[in-house]
Design a protein. Sequence first.
Length: 416
Amino acid sequence: MNIKKFLILPTMLLMLFSGAISPVFAEPNISDVSLVSINLVNQDPTPAVGGDIFEVRIGVKNEGGKSAGDYILEIDPSYPFQKVAGEDLTEEIGFLDKYQDDDKEVIITAFKLRVNEEVTSGKYPLKVLLYKKGDLTKSSYKTELTIDVGNKENAEVRLSTSELIPGEKSKLVFTIKNAGSAPLKDLTFSWDTPENKILPMGSGNTRFVKYIGVDQVVNLDYEVMAGSNVDPGLYKINMYLNYEDTINSSEKNVIQDAGIYILEKADFEIAYSENQGQSYTFSIMNTGKSNTKSVSVSIPKQDGWEVIGSNTAIIGNLDSGDYTYASFNLINNNFSQNEVPIKIETHYTSNEGDRKIIEKEILVSTSNNLFMQSEGSNVTNKGFNYYYLIIPVLLVFLAPVGFIIYKKRKKSAKKD
């Protein structure tokens, strides 16, 4: 507790005796004086935190035998202390009675101040004035009380990425913001997901940050991937941040959760089935893990092919593992090639309501031996050979004709 005492003496005559006698100063009797003390009762909080408001309580009492008054107590804040809007810096404490030895007789006055947010931890003086009412010079008593000041470390962590596509490399961005009134030093950040649904690629999940200034942010980027077998849905990411808490002289651990959405990964297998003249038929299979809505297939404008009529076939919903067919009237302008590539687009609506397009390029055979082959696939199926139909048809029509010719020739031979 800081205690400052001030001795108030009446006018005295100092007498010096001549000769060998040394000067003597009279020791005053406290019954003849006002002995005022000013002390710091407490501060709340302790320490006062940079950027925050704190309350200081100051006690005044008279331990002398002579009453004193009428007094005003005033604080005169300087760096790092600041006046709070709407709060007074003066307080009338009135008359100080004599012999206020009991702590219960102490006059306690509370003031509110703000601490500069950029202050460093330490002890800082607060000027205090005590003067009689009407004293414009405010010169009766001046003292300083010591205030403890500390810094409040506070950090926020947020995930800047909201969605991932399974089986594809993506970037996760974690943002650490210094939301306190003191710089953050020697931070350790890490994250994980339950059952390791999402894992970092090429690095660990822990990063170290040396320094983050007040109101500053640091972005931590991770290249990650969700397994291709992860079902679409919302998943939790656990985030861990450790740093030093200087006020409590301990390590502060921040644990926060964030959500990230694993999108569906739709995919389609497109294969050439057959053609009859200018009508080309393609099979479309949903090979993704999720059902697809509002599916349509279209032939975009491209070299080597000309679309007759509509270039889009409406399919509708196509569940995972199901397939269907779509036909288009096409003119192939690449007669010199045995296999001609063609681009086909599959449009669908995702579970998030977004319209998406998957483009595939497949090969179409120009020979009668038809086959289907999707890009990236080694699956090959032979088409139907129409020669097997032509031979029986010819036999059916030619057999009666041959029989009639045979009969006519037999009759002619008998006549001869």
